[in-house]
Ligand binder design. Structure first.
Ligand SMILES: Cc1cc2nc3c(=O)[nH]c(=O)nc-3n(C[C@H](O)[C@H](O)[C@H](O)COP(=O)(O)OP(=O)(O)OC[C@H]3O[C@@H](n4cnc5c(N)ncnc54)[C@H](O)[C@@H]3O)c2cc1C
Length: 543
């Protein structure tokens, strides 16, 4: 009988959520096995194209942002626009510039602009990154078939590429196996929500001769156009003539039989093309009733599904993955307790619910119901293309491991408006430094204590982070030395560094988590409760 294999963390499923979780675990030096049935990714079902600014910031943390941009077939400089038109050969109705966080300008609000890149390319870049991470093992062609938990771990039955069964024993399992995987059932969780009854029909096709007088756009929304009166959207997948198109309301049978008609209708004229693939889908608004069962955590679409309008799905999955993976890494490395893991669902559920609600709201006004009217389209679709409020403005306030008294996490008031701030729970407001580096590049992999410039005359201002030992020697900062000493005794990795003098929120000391969210802030480091932030104190009742 084959011996049971062991790993600290088993990641079931190597889609965007699973690959992101493995990348985050690797960043913190914690080993994992990822099992994924698909040997290769399929470029015929490109699905996500929008990698938002927050996901790009995580890519930067993992050191793969540049590789992803290099692999992306559409450079950001090529277009940052979404165009509404009567057809690709017809009249322009209106444009949304700077959509999806696409910009070539340095923007103080974020460390990375968004990137349009097909999901299979993202997956390939992450697969290859994991290949270079010593502790991460990606097992392609392998599939989980059952899972049992006991006091000390989880045993998962796996089938390998040849169909042979074996078992893996892990301390924790991340269920990243998507909407039709097995981990949601294994966790005893159920989706709650509904499916939209209307079908959608996506196509991928080659049409090297297809050109449009409308100029470069990442998406062309065709509003009831052409002799065939077909509405939908399409966009280039690369600059060599590969396109995707989606037609809301077209059912699979109709789409398969009339694909040429649909494509020609969107273009507004017959276009020579080769259909490469079709992908019928329906929109769903589903959130699982629980995200975790003891040592098993549901991550990404195994826990929630939203309509693709707004481009949030995979990005939200990456947000989940980062949240649970740094916490598991902290527990595995011995400087946090399982109370930290219990904060995963309270922190992510609100974000997920807001995202589902925003995507559902975008779905109410699709190309087939929009009027051909610039003002009406601008009004109706603005919140689909400008979403920094949702993407960067969510907060983990109210979490048991975030300072109390901060504004409770509620619905983002306006998904388009992002107002950065240092309220605990928020993502640390980003800032570019005089040497061209990002404030984020100076954060540690564990916690970071950010010292206000006025209190940091003895700390190197971004010549590199000082260690707790150096901070301890800095005269005039007894609070910093004391906090650094507490962290050292508890084994919590803490980087201490100074905020730049021109940081717009200069007044307080900030304790920042590995995921760049502010855990605590105080006028004196003595007020920063790093023990609770790491789940080392019992969780307070009533939080
Ligand atoms: C038309 C369309 C357009 C979209 N556009 C966008 C967009 O622009 N931006 C965006 O953010 N999102 C978009 N999405 C959503 C995005 O595709 C999903 O949110 C994303 O793929 C979910 O990632 P995941 O890793 O959670 O799940 P999945 O991608 O479903 O990955 C799950 C993985 O688990 C594996 N698996 C399944 N069962 C097992 C098992 N038993 N054992 C081991 N592995 C298993 C599967 O092979 C798969 O690789 C779009 C979706 C659609 C349909």
């Amino acid at each position: 009988m084959t011996a049971i294999q062991t790993t600290p963390v088993l990641v079931v499923g190597g889609g965007p959520a699973g690959l992101a979780a493995a990348a985050e675990l690797s960043l913190h030096g914690v080993g994992c096995i990822v099992i994924e049935p698909r040997p290769q990714v399929s470029h015929r079902r490109p699905r996500a194209k929008t990698t938002n600014v927050r996901t790009m910031e995580h890519m930067r943390r993992w050191g793969v942002a540049d590789a992803l941009r290099a692999a992306a077939p559409l450079p950001v400089a090529w277009s940052q626009r979404v165009t509404f038109c009567e057809s690709l050969t017809g009249a322009r109705i209106t444009d949304f510039d700077g959509a999806f966080g696409l910009t070539t300008q340095r923007d103080d609000r974020f460390a990375e602009a968004g990137q349009q890149v097909p999901q299979p390319v993202v997956e390939e870049v992450l697969r290859s990154h994991l290949g270079r991470c010593p502790g991460a093992e990606l097992r392609l062609g392998h599939r989980a078939t059952s899972l049992t938990q006991d006091e000390t771990g989880v045993t998962v039955a796996v089938t390998d590429a040849a169909g042979a069964g074996y078992q893996i024993r892990a301390r924790y399992v991340l269920g990243c196996d998507g909407a039709s995987g097995m981990t949601r059932d294994a966790a005893g969780a159920r989706y709650v929500g509904r499916a939209d009854p209307r079908p959608n029909f996506n196509m991928v096709f080659r049409a090297p001769e297809l050109a449009t007088h409308l100029g470069p756009s990442v998406q062309y929304w065709v509003v009831g156009a052409g002799p065939a009166d077909i509405s939908g959207l399409m966009g280039p997948l690369d600059l060599a003539g590969t396109w995707w198109a989606g037609v809301p309301g077209a059912d699979p049978a109709y789409g398969e039989a009339h694909s040429a008609e649909l494509i020609n209708g969107l273009v507004g004229a017959p276009v020579s093309h080769e259909l490469l693939a079709t992908d019928p889908w329906t929109a769903r608004m589903l959130v699982a009733d629980t995200f975790a069962d003891r040592r098993l955590f549901l991550v990404g679409e195994s826990a929630h599904v939203n309509p693709p309008w707004g481009g949030h799905g995979f990005n939200t999955c990456v947000g989940d993955a980062v949240n649970i993976a740094w916490k598991i890494a902290a527990v595995s490395r011995g400087w946090a307790t399982e109370a930290l893991l219990a904060s995963y669902e309270p922190e992510r559920r609100g974000v997920v619910e807001q995202t589902v609600a925003s995507a559902e709201s975008n779905m109410r006004v699709l190309a087939n119901v929009l009027p051909r009217d610039e003002a009406a389209i601008q009004r109706a679709k603005r919140s689909e293309f400008y979403t920094l409020g949702l993407v960067l403005g969510y907060s983990y306030a109210g979490s048991p491991v975030i300072q109390r008294g901060s504004v409770a996490a509620g619905a983002v008031a306006d998904v388009s408006t992002f107002i950065p701030g240092t309220e605990p729970g928020s993502r640390l407001p980003h800032h570019w430094l005089p040497d061209g580096s990002s404030l984020y590049d100076h954060l540690g992999r564990g916690f970071t204590l950010l010292v206000p410039a006025t209190a940091a005359s003895d700390l190197p201002a971004f010549s590199g982070a000082v260690t707790p030992e150096t901070a301890g020697k800095a005269p005039g900062h007894p609070g910093v030395a004391e906090l650094a000493g507490r962290a050292r005794r508890l084994g919590i990795p803490l980087t201490v560094t100074a905020l730049p003098p021109d940081y717009p929120w200069p007044a307080e000391f900030l304790l920042v988590r590995p995921d760049q969210h502010i855990a605590w802030r105080a006028p004196d480091p003595a007020g920063l409760d790093i023990e609770t932030a790491a789940g080392l104190r019992p969780v307070r009742a009533g939080v």
